[in-house]
Design a protein. Structure first.
Length: 153
């Protein structure tokens, strides 16, 4: 269940708060192959299960940018900001990929609000650190500082 903020301004009082977790999803070879097709990144460690079996990870792994892109799936499951006319993805500030995601792993996102400030036209700009966890692994797959702008109604 998402953490709900009734207005964008409420974000400013929640800096430092952990916002919760998304659902787990499985990273299938089909998802990896579709990402490779969409981006043109067909490197064998992602798309060739036979060759990857003898590679450094013993199997295919998800692209780092595939893992990062899942943040857009996870965030609406974790946080909901109401009282807005629009929310805008403003970008990312810092991205790291500490551990590879082997095919058929399950991942989820956990989020912490690390900054919130008023910017142009009264919008609230929120920086949310999303940590993409791999089930059963101590190291995260990705840590992404997302920046969103919430324009009040």
């Amino acid at each position: 269940m998402a953490t709900i903020f009734e207005t964008p301004a409420e974000l400013k009082g929640a800096v430092g708060q952990h916002l919760g977790f998304s659902d787990w999803i499985q990273i299938t070879q089909d998802r990896i192959d579709k990402f490779a097709e969409a981006t043109g990144d067909h490197q064998w460690i992602h798309t060739d299960p036979v060759r990857a079996k003898d590679g450094p990870f013993g199997t295919t792994i998800a692209h780092g940018y595939l893992t990062q892109s899942l943040v857009n799936l996870f965030l609406p499951q974790i946080v909901e900001v109401r009282g807005i006319s629009m929310g805008v993805n403003y970008g990312t500030d810092k991205v790291r990929f500490p551990a590879p995601v082997p095919v058929d792993s399950r991942v989820r996102g956990g989020a912490e609000l690390i900054a919130a400030e008023t910017v142009k036209n009264g919008a609230i700009q929120a920086t949310i650190r999303v940590t993409v966890e791999i089930e059963g692994n101590d190291r995260p797959a990705a840590v992404v500082d997302t920046i969103s702008r919430y324009i009040p109604k």
